[in-house]
Design a protein around this ligand. Structure first.
Ligand code: B3K
Ligand code: ZN
Length: 851
């Protein structure tokens, strides 16, 4: 295996100031002629090395003369060059319709499109395919006009024309130097939803969202989100758009969410298409967030890119932080923070605690595609957030201004970003940098003691061992905290920001009027696990009185978690405190329904598992269902009151969203109570709904049940949306997430459904990915879930290694389970590693998971 190491970075030997690409497009054989102006970078005598992916050059010329002294070495085209500047032309032929990896130039739904990040450009043509080689691109495309009437590429359109053989051509020019991973083209039969945006300096930008004609009506939300994002980035960061056009194209076959190609974003259609009948509130929110994210990359990613892929979080962590802040500004910031932390805990904490743990700035990789992780993205965003907290909003903005100004047009490093924070903030972030280099989620223990009128807070930190990092140093943990009076409920102190940068520290509070209750890590100011000795009474108190919405939510979660963990060991004494706190939360008229919905939701089965030394999936399931039933039964009146709020015609607004969410949570509890009318209620919501949120919410409730209405609803749903692949994904996913005991068997059956295919990543993730996230079903005691996942993964790897590798991590959790399950999981990982022709993507994930 070949390993790429951060410490081996060396600047490129040759630069490519200009690139001319000529595409003769055809799904079976596309001919690519690339003309690179290359210049020697410094004094050296090494040949030009261009990356490829196994393609044979049809021809190579240097300064207009055909040469044959080139050679192929490790998938690189090596060309000896005598002078300091040359023009290199290569011609290759590629076959987009046979490209099932969806990297490079490929076909999707009859159109042709590209995906180049991270290393897809080398599958299109020979090029120094590394992010620190910035080039100006001019692109010419020729294609059959009837089949591909629309031809798009990066930058601005220059010219177009018809040829006499039914083909036509278009030329595009991108004036901004960019790395090859930001190259894009699209050829297809597409319709456009157009609008304009006037930038803060008064320039008019033509916006276009391109989809198949039938989907045009579903692009309004994405277009509105794009305009909101453009205005937000001007206001929040002073960043203005820089080209005359901004195009987005939606495609059905895509390995992830979307791609920030300069001036031509390409999206997975699930993050563009929405109308109330087919998209949930969750989908609407995700669309706005992803549109914003990709748009924000224009500055944090495109204008300033990454020097090498170890710096990936430079653009991804920062851009996630930017999109999170944007979304927080569109509705309830408190609820957004809760959702983001829940996502971090569901995806990043387990990664940080498992065999694939890696620092936010990794030191090595085998396959870079495996490092588009929750750690790079979401933990990376938390690092930016902590620096913003340390600097305060005004200084943080000065620091990002400095960063954008200083590094515009360059390929930068995480270190460059931190240095700007230090310089503008006049702070020393030496120790803070450990956040970039040390993996693992820090643990903080906090305990309050009182003696002789003095209250002492003892804080200690511990950073766990992770693969390759046995010894950890103490980190800087910014902890917002506040003390409340246990009797009066009054705040006893102001909120203060404590920087815990030692193994342990003690804080003393004098003269507090009453016994204090600790509110800590408010707003989730540090991405750590906090362990406290707070009693159920104290947590219940904070769940009712804390003035920080996140801390209030957190107290409730901890109360629930303690009760659920005890419940998994057969002790249900903790139920009463949870039920009382939930009851008071439901009854509090001052709370936002969206917040209430989050606060009364129990932690997921996998998050409960994360708290236990050994995950017992059945005991956890039983404990959680037991508490759900108790909550459902004991608070029946309150759930029905929450559920029976007057029905309103659908509107997408933060308030309406919150009400729908609370109703669906209430319906879930009514069903959990075992009430005789639950299925009837759910079924009538299902049939009467005027929007997908209510319809799918009801369907999910029915999918968990044994009621007769279950099959009926699934059939109605399927038939109604048979021609809408994004909704059929929901149909597969809802069944894969079912809490029923027969889910494993049902999923094994569903892979044989005529609509199931591994070739479409959305479909594969909807069924296989969702199933692997269903802790109880996936971890069936007979190992059938493990075997099933391994079978699917081996099959998918032959088509699409990148998407296959993303499905692997659940098998790597074997250390968290009992010996019998662990042995079965390891056996499947070994079977995967031994599979003939395995990709390096899956090999890296599987072999690291076994280690
Ligand atoms: N930068 C792309 C992700 C590319 C993933 C390549 N394996 C989308 C994004 O983060 O915005
Ligand atoms: Zn991104």
């Amino acid at each position: 295996v070949s390993v790429t190491r951060r410490e081996d970075y060396a600047p490129p030997a040759w630069l490519v100031p200009h690139t001319q690409l000529d595409f003769d497009l055809d799904p079976a054989t596309t001919r690519v002629t690339a003309t690179l102006s290359v210049t020697r970078n410094g004094a050296h005598d090494t040949p030009l090395r261009l990356d490829g992916a196994g393609q044979q050059p049809v021809s190579v010329t240097v300064d207009g003369v055909a040469v044959n002294d080139w050679r192929i070495e490790d998938d690189q085209l090596v060309i000896p060059l005598a002078g300091d500047a040359h023009e290199i032309e290569t011609v290759v032929e590629i076959a987009p319709e046979r490209n099932t990896q969806l990297m490079g130039l490929y076909a999707s739904g009859g159109n042709l499109c590209t995906q180049c990040e991270a290393e897809g450009f080398r599958r299109i043509t020979w090029f120094p395919d590394r992010p620190d080689v910035l080039s100006r691109y001019a692109v010419r495309m020729t294609a059959d006009k009837a089949r591909y009437p629309i031809l798009l590429a990066n930058g601005d359109p220059v010219a177009q024309g018809d040829l006499d053989d039914g083909r036509h051509w278009a030329e595009w020019n991108d004036p901004y130097p960019k790395p090859s991973y930001l190259f894009a083209l699209v050829a297809g039969d597409l319709a456009v939803n157009r609008d304009t945006f006037t930038t803060m300096s008064g320039r008019t930008v033509e916006l276009g969202i391109w989809v198949r004609a039938a989907d045009l009506a579903k692009t309004e939300h994405a277009l509105a989100a794009l305009k909101t994002s453009m205005a937000w980035d001007e206001r929040a960061y002073g960043r203005e758009y820089d080209l005359d056009v901004f195009n987005i194209v939606a495609v059905d076959d895509f390995n992830f969410g979307a791609m920030e190609n300069k001036g031509l974003n390409i999206f997975n259609s699930r993050y563009i298409l929405a109308d109330p009948d087919t998209a949930t509130d969750y989908d609407y929110d995700a669309i706005a967030a992803v549109v914003a994210h990709e748009y924000f990359h224009n500055w944090s990613g495109d204008r300033i890119t990454c020097r090498d892929w170890f710096q990936l979080s430079l653009k991804e962590g920062f851009t996630v932080y930017r999109d999170q802040s944007f979304s927080a500004d569109q509705g309830s910031a408190a609820v957004k923070r809760i959702e983001d932390v829940r996502g971090l805990r569901a995806a990043q904490f387990p990664e940080d605690a498992g065999p694939l743990a890696h620092p936010v700035r990794p030191d090595s990789y085998q396959e870079i595609s495996n490092f588009y992780t929750a750690t790079i993205y979401n933990k990376g965003a938390e690092l930016i957030r902590m620096m913003a907290t340390l600097l305060g909003p005004v200084t943080f903005r000065a620091a990002t201004d400095l960063y954008f100004e200083r590094f515009d047009g360059t390929a930068a490093t995480c270190e460059d970003f931190v240095a700007c924070m230090e310089e503008a903030g006049d702070v020393d972030l030496t120790q803070f940098r450990l956040w970039y280099s040390q993996a693992g989620t820090p643990r903080v223990s906090a305990s309050l003691t009182e003696r002789d009128g003095r209250t002492t807070l003892r804080l200690a930190q511990h950073v766990p061992t992770t693969p390759g990092q046995p010894d950890k140093r103490s980190m800087v943990l910014p902890l917002k905290l506040r003390l409340f009076g246990a009797e009066s409920g009054r705040a006893l102190t102001d909120e203060r920001l404590v920087l815990l940068d030692q193994p342990s520290e003690t804080l003393v509070f004098e003269g507090l009027a009453e016994r204090a209750v600790l509110s800590i890590n408010r707003g989730f100011s540090a991405p750590v696990i906090v362990e406290t000795d707070r009693t159920a009474a104290d947590l219940g108190f904070l769940a009712r009185h804390d003035d920080d919405p996140f801390a209030r939510y957190e107290a409730m979660q901890q109360l629930m978690l303690d009760s659920l963990v005890a419940g998994a060991m057969g002790d249900t004494a903790g139920h009463d405190a949870v039920i009382a706190a939930v009851s008071d939360t439901l009854a509090n008229p001052d709370l936002d329904p969206a917040f209430v919905a989050e606060a009364v939701l129990l932690p997921s089965e996998s998050f409960i598992g994360d708290q236990l030394a050994t995950v017992d999936p059945e005991a956890i399931h039983a404990s959680r269902e037991g508490l759900r039933r108790a909550l459902g039964q004991r608070l029946d009146d309150q759930w029905r009151e929450a559920y029976d709020i007057a029905p309103e015609a659908y509107v997408y607004s933060p308030q309406a969203k919150g009400r729908r969410r609370l109703r669906s949570v209430a319906l879930g509890y009514i069903a959990a109570s075992g009430a005789g009318d639950a299925a009837t209620l759910a079924f009538s919501q299902f049939t009467a709904a005027d929007n997908m949120t209510d319809r799918q919410g009801a369907l999910a409730t029915l999918a968990n049940s044994d009621a007769d209405e279950r099959e009926a609803a699934l059939d109605i749903f399927y038939n109604r949306y048979a021609d809408n692949s994004l909704v059929i994904d929901k149909w597969f996913q809802t069944q894969a997430l079912s809490s029923r005991a027969d889910t494993g068997a049902a999923v094994a059956e569903l892979v044989r459904h005529p609509d199931f295919t591994l070739a479409n990543p959305n479909r594969a993730r909807a069924l296989i990915g969702a199933f692997a996230a269903n802790q109880r079903a996936f971890n069936a005691a007979d190992g059938s879930g493990y075997r099933f996942l391994a079978d699917q993964l081996i099959a998918l790897d032959k088509l699409n290694p990148q998407t296959a590798a993303k499905l692997l991590p659940p098998l790597g959790r074997w250390r968290r389970f009992d010996p019998a399950r662990a042995a079965m999981m390891r056996a499947e990982l070994e079977r995967i590693v031994a599979a003939p022709g395995l990709s390096k993507d899956v090999f890296e994930q599987a072999s690291k998971s076994l280690a």
